[in-house]
Design a protein around this ligand. Structure first.
Ligand code: PHE
Length: 341
């Protein structure tokens, strides 16, 4: 009896110290302790060597031992049943961040322009980047020999010399006037092309947003007020806009709009060419000849148009001093932009 109790104690220690961390270890344990020829069974066989008056007491001890050996196995089974990595995961570790893209600064500014004019009732119109001569030039009062074409040299398509890459979004005005009758109130964001040598200040492609409003009694005051509203929404109430007389073949009278240089605050820098002012758009009242070209009665309707450079607005908003950065796809540059304001 003493001997048996000692054996039991040794087995208990062994069970306590055994680690059943994988299914193989659990299976060998089961065979050794709980199998048909296992230790538990053998111990029960040894009951017959125990004196009769001790049988009851020893029986209880043995039953407890059996439960103890079984519970160890059950516990191991439930742990090993889970996927094997589950015990190795530290649930308190922070997760891997999911990399999120950012919007291109040109898209941010374009979206903001569309949103601001959207509040004034302008809707978005789009046109093709490969244009014909009529919609890009001739229809806009710029016949083949017009000197204004000099400033807008572009790329022509081999197969058809009448096709070119549009030089401005004013081509979309032409396409809309062709199809739609007044009132017309549209904004046309898009990419444009010019035959320029690429440098910090010029590029062979860039972006513009055109605006066109045609209705009865549209005046120059409406044009000014609309553009004042726009710059204040875009750059804040303290922005200082000014209009300068200018010339475009498709508007009369015409004006360019400048704002105070936000880069140097007026002190003078190379963005404002040391004048304190930066040009952001061209504008004017739609030329009566244009209206006629597109079968809109100039005696009944008047309108204004404007076209702004998106890169320039972006430059002032984010202080970007090299046009090439916009198209180099350098992630260090692109990741810096989160919102337009
Ligand atoms: N299309 C002109 C340009 O690219 C800008 C402009 C648009 C001017 C509409 C007047 C009216 O320079």
């Amino acid at each position: 009896m003493e001997e048996l109790l000692e054996k039991l104690e040794t087995y208990r220690r062994e069970i306590r110290e055994t680690e059943l961390t994988n299914p193989d270890a659990a299976e060998s344990y089961r065979i050794r302790f709980l199998g048909t020829k296992g230790i538990v069974k053998n111990l029960f066989h040894e009951m017959k060597t125990v004196p009769a008056e001790k049988k009851k007491e020893f029986g209880q001890i043995l039953n407890e031992f059996k439960l103890f050996a079984e519970s160890k196995y059950e516990e191991a089974k439930s742990i090993n049943h889970q996927p094997s990595t589950i015990n190795q995961i530290d649930w308190s570790l922070p997760g891997d961040p999911i990399p999120l893209g950012t919007r291109h600064p040109i898209s941010l500014v374009r979206n903001r322009i569309v949103e601001i004019f959207g509040r004034l009732g302008f809707s978005v119109a789009e046109g093709p980047e490969i244009e014909d001569d009529w919609h890009n030039f001739t229809g806009l009062n710029m016949p083949a020999d017009h000197p204004a074409r000099d400033m807008q040299d572009t790329f022509y398509i081999h197969q058809n010399p009448d096709w070119l890459l549009r030089t401005h979004t004013s081509s979309v005005q032409a396409r809309v006037m062709e199809k739609q009758k007044p009132p017309i109130r549209i904004i046309c964001p898009g990419r444009v092309y010019r035959n320029e040598t690429v440098s910090a200040r010029a590029h062979c492609f860039f972006h513009q947003t055109e605006g066109l409003y045609i209705d009865e009694n549209v005046s120059f005051a409406d044009l000014k007020q609309t553009l004042y509203f726009f710059v204040q929404e875009m750059f804040g109430k303290s922005v200082k806009p000014r209009f300068r007389p200018s010339y475009f073949p498709f508007t009369e009278p015409s004006a360019e709009m400048d704002i105070n240089c936000l880069i140097c605050g007026g002190a003078g820098c190379n963005v404002c060419k040391h004048t304190g002012w930066v040009e952001i758009l061209g504008s004017g009242m739609v030329h009566p000849k244009m209206l006629q070209n597109f079968h809109i009665d100039p005696n009944k309707y008047t309108g204004f148009a404007f076209g702004m450079g998106v890169e320039r607005i972006c430059q002032l908003k984010y202080r970007i001093n090299d046009l090439r950065l916009y198209s180099q796809n350098d992630l260090r540059f692109l990741r810096q932009f989160v919102a337009a304001d």
